[in-house]
Design a protein around this ligand. Structure first.
Ligand code: FCB
Length: 442
């Protein structure tokens, strides 16, 4: 049973989240090419080599999607703007069709009583910037600050909140060390540079928005609970290091102006020159922090070079992503983030959800597993909030089934089913359950 609105503190916000490339349809509106188009066109990177050219066609169908948001009773909508849609070459010329689109979106939210929560970068780097080294190139901080000014100069006056970058770990480690996401690099020097430049770009973007007089700015980091695979000291150390480069690196930089010593042991020799001089910029004060949380990982030591560890399969029930369901991890991160990093600042769960089988049968999708997942995680949030941790809102990932990156359209995370042939939307049982829980009592 999903906890009800009345079970949460007054003013707690409920929302749903999406991102530009995953839903809009990148072939529409004169958007520029992105490194996800290139990554997907390279054999072996993405299931069926699918890309975001059409996606959910949210570019044209957004009024229907926002009507469904409104009917569900959500307070706030987390969306992202696409750099390549607004600046097709990443720098210089602005595509006014792109800016007009985001202008319409924001007004469309406001017209339906939905508070806009914007993210400036959810992974679709313009290909022209990838050609110049993308996140490996320190100049990306300047390019990103310029792009920030262009977007926020247009829509910044009507937002409830804004964040520069979605999930720095995915942009850097997942994409430059593991190579699972665009640009698909597997190189420790590229990783260290991306892990640093992303913080610098974040700080510069925050400063650019402050300069425009925009308030309520935050950072959105993804976190995975790292548990040792067994009781050995070596497994404990492996899990701690995983926690370091995944969960602590970015928060530590943004809130303390320093990188965790245990992670620097492995990365220091790969960092760009004089990185220390950038830490004050990276630690620009923010007004809130967002946590994206899905799962935990069991970590064991492994032979080979740093970080010398591996993930092993865990025993808990899993989602269609193969991710263990572990709501205790969300509770842990909410408490630790407040205690060790953000203090009294508001914390938002900016993403949480699961991929399910979600078959459309007789015009309905009975996604009982998702209702259970949301119930467990919302109960964790409720418990932590009752203990006084300043968690102020929760966003489900995602409003719609969408382009799940390297997994193409195969993994369904939505509260609303999308038929990717007809693009027809069908609210799932979880949408209806959440909607009942959010109804305000008279
Ligand atoms: C997060 C991403 C989001 C989606 C979910 C499942 O890491 O921010 O775009 O892919 O995972």
């Amino acid at each position: 049973m999903i906890p009800r609105r009345a079970d949460f503190p007054k003013d707690f916000l409920f929302g749903a989240a999406t991102s530009s490339y995953q839903i809009e349809g990148h072939s529409f509106g004169s958007a520029g090419r992105t490194h996800w188009d290139d990554f997907a066109a390279t054999p072996g990177n993405v299931v069926r080599a699918e890309n975001g050219a059409i996606a959910c066609d949210h570019y044209h169908r957004w009024p229907e999607d926002f009507d469904l948001m409104q009917q569900a009773g959500f307070d706030v909508y987390r969306f992202s703007t696409s750099w390549a849609r607004v600046m097709p070459e990443g720098r210089g010329a602005v595509n006014t069709e792109g800016l007009d689109f985001y202008d319409r979106l924001v007004d469309g939210m406001l017209a339906r009583g939905l508070k806009p929560a914007a993210t400036l970068y959810h992974w679709e780097l313009p290909s022209a910037l990838a050609d110049m080294g993308g996140w490996r190139n320190r100049d990306i901080a300047d390019w990103f600050a310029d792009y920030t000014e262009v977007v926020m100069g247009r829509i910044g006056d009507r937002l409830r909140s804004a964040a520069p970058i979605n999930e720095p770990w995915c942009v850097s480690w997942l994409s430059h060390f593991l190579g699972h996401h665009a640009p698909g690099i597997r190189d420790i020097r590229a990783t260290a540079r991306a892990m640093h430049h992303i913080g610098l770009a974040h700080g510069r973007s925050i400063a650019a928005m402050r300069g425009l007089g925009i308030g309520n700015l935050g950072a959105v980091c993804n976190m995975e609970y790292a548990a040792p695979a067994d009781t050995s000291a070596a497994a404990a150390a492996a899990a701690q290091l995983y926690d370091g480069y995944y969960n602590r690196w970015f928060l530590s930089a943004m809130f303390k102006g320093e990188y965790p010593a245990d992670v620097l042991e492995g990365l220091a020799s790969h960092m760009p020159a004089d990185w220390q001089d950038d830490m004050a910029t990276i630690a620009a004060p923010v007004d809130w922090v967002g946590i994206n949380y899905y799962t935990r990982k069991l970590i064991a030591p492994a032979p080979g070079p740093w970080p010398a560890h591996q993930e092993v399969a865990g025993p808990l029930p899993k989602t269609e992503m193969g991710w263990e369901i572990y709501p205790e991890g969300l509770e842990f991160f909410l408490r630790r983030t407040a205690q060790d990093y953000s203090g009294d600042l508001p914390i938002y769960v900016t993403e949480n959800g699961m991929a399910g089988l979600d078959n459309l049968v007789g015009g309905a999708v009975n996604d009982a597993a998702r209702i259970d997942y949301l119930s467990q995680h919302l109960a964790a949030v409720q418990k932590v909030a009752a203990d006084g941790v300043p968690v102020k809102g929760y966003f489900t990932w995602s409003l719609l089934d969408n382009y799940e990156w390297a997994l193409g359209y195969e993994k369904r995370f939505g509260l609303i089913h999308v038929d990717f042939e007809t693009l027809q939307r069908t609210p799932k049982a979880s949408y209806h359950a959440l909607s009942r829980a959010l109804t305000r009592s008279a």
